[in-house]
Ligand binder design. Structure first.
Ligand SMILES: Cc1cc2nc3c(=O)[nH]c(=O)nc-3n(C[C@H](O)[C@H](O)[C@H](O)COP(=O)(O)O)c2cc1C
Ligand code: SF4
Length: 424
């Protein structure tokens, strides 16, 4: 289904859209009324399953299935955690939602908590999001004051407390188990999985972790029905998606479109095309950890399945466009440096591998590359792939592998001529 109306970003441009009165005037909290009045927790889980909603935080796990993994026993303490860490370079959608429409996320949290039987929920927010923290806290206070949080919500007998925890700004704390460690006051390092958080999560209790954008979808699914929702997008990638477009485009920003919208349409029709009418050289389709593609892939649909078939991933939907003048070795270096800076250091292949990749790329970029360096880069990636404790290690090799796959001749030129092909 093509969609001209905005769903997730429907409120963000309205003045004072973060205020509860504005949200209520625009139909806010009606989904919560409906959820508590008309449905059992199991009904809600089935509705989310039927909608086809998949996580928007990068891993794309089916949301309803995750809800169904939470134990049903009411005697078991359960938690919901809202992942507001958003540290993936090229991704800036969750910040927009929490700053401009925090109540849509809170409404999603309350419905999710009711469905899985949690009475305590936490927002884990990136420390640098100063405005976001203030907006979250004000919105939560207002939701308590109006009876949407606290005891006996809307006379349903359901209780829920929600509070905000600020992180200190580490990309790894967006990984759900590192987030839980950090929330418990420990160093933010990932835990081994399985067990998954839905089995053993915060304080060893079953915990439903969701991304902000995922939760913002929930009220719409309840209010308008899972069938309506599943008609948006493609068969396997349902619903609307906020695409964050950055890089060499005329109009960088957040664009809400159905999943499956072609990359070319997003770049040229929505983000205003490439600056100075230059050609696209490379595109990172889903945030820094997703493999880059070339201009040959511009007709790829931005869906989970089409991007996988193209050798990349939808990730967070953070699209970074590089024009014909971009130095690919430099791009790979910048991305790798990010991972080298953000590795938590717990396991050697990631801690040492990201540093070694960075220094090799740096020397190639600066004209000190040697014959055999491309194979050395590939060998390092091979040593990391599948040998790290958490997905950050695997993600860190994607910029290197994908840039060599698509732009090997640029690396060779750099090594042979000691300068970038774009500088000639
Ligand atoms: C290194 C790393 C960083 C991550 N950062 C985030 C993040 O900032 N926000 C987020 O929602 N998910 C992030 N994730 C994904 C989470 O681990 C988890 O899959 C997600 O929060 C689950 O929510 P969802 O099912 O709604 O997507 C990250 C994963 C990894 C491996
Ligand atoms: S892969 Fe990297 S980020 Fe993940 S646990 Fe190992 S060192 Fe830490």
């Amino acid at each position: 289904m093509n969609l001209s109306e905005k769903i997730l970003l429907r409120n963000v441009e309205i003045p004072n859209s973060d205020r509860i009165d504005v949200y209520l005037k625009r139909g806010g909290y009606l989904a919560l009324h409906k959820a508590l009045r008309d449905y059992t927790p199991d009904d809600l889980i089935e509705m989310v399953k039927k909608s086809g909603l998949r996580g928007r935080g990068g891993a794309a796990f089916p949301a309803g299935l995750k809800w169904s993994f939470m134990p049903k026993d009411p005697a078991v303490t359960k938690y919901v955690c809202v992942n507001t860490d958003e540290g993936e370079p090229g991704t800036f959608k969750d910040r927009l939602l929490i700053e401009r429409d925090p109540h849509s996320v809170i409404e999603g949290v309350i419905i999710a908590a009711y469905a899985v039987g949690a009475r305590r929920a936490f927002v884990y927010i990136r420390g640098e999001f100063f405005t976001g923290v203030k907006r979250w806290m004000k919105a939560i206070d207002d939701a308590y004051a109006r009876g949407f949080l606290g005891q006996n919500i809307l006379n349903s007998g359901f209780d829920l407390d929600l509070s905000v925890h600020r992180g200190a700004g580490a990309y790894i704390c967006g990984e759900e188990t590192a987030m839980l460690e950090s929330l418990e006051g420990k160093r933010g390092e990932p835990r081994i999985k399985p067990p998954y958080p839905a089995q053993v999560g915060l304080y060893q209790q079953p915990t439903l972790v969701h991304n902000v954008e995922t939760l913002a979808n929930v009220p719409h699914i309840i209010l308008r029905g899972p069938e309506w929702y599943a008609r948006i997008g493609t068969e396997k990638s349902t619903g609307p998606k906020i695409f964050c477009v950055s890089g060499h485009v005329n109009k960088p920003g957040n664009y809400e479109l159905p999943l499956g919208t072609p990359l070319r349409e997003i770049i040229y029709e929505h983000a205003g095309g490439v600056r100075n009418d230059k050609r696209v050289k490379a595109v990172i389709p889903g945030g820094a950890s997703t493999p880059m593609l070339t201009a040959d892939y511009l007709d790829t649909a931005m869906s989970f399945e089409a991007l996988e078939a193209a050798g990349s991933m939808l990730g967070t939907g953070g699209i970074t466009v590089m024009d014909e003048d971009a130095c690919i070795v430099d791009a790979a270096l910048r991305l790798t440096r990010f991972f080298a800076h953000e590795t938590c250091g717990k396991c050697t292949p990631c801690r040492v591998g990201t540093q070694q990749l960075s220094s090799l790329l740096q020397s190639i970029k600066e004209g000190r590359g040697q014959q055999g360096d491309i194979d050395r880069l590939l060998g390092l990636c091979q040593g990391m792939l599948g040998h790290t404790f958490c997905p950050l290690g695997d993600a860190a090799i994607n910029p290197v592998l994908s840039s060599i796959k698509h732009f090997r001749e640029e690396y060779e030129y750099h090594i042979k001529h000691q300068r970038c092909i774009t500088a000639s």
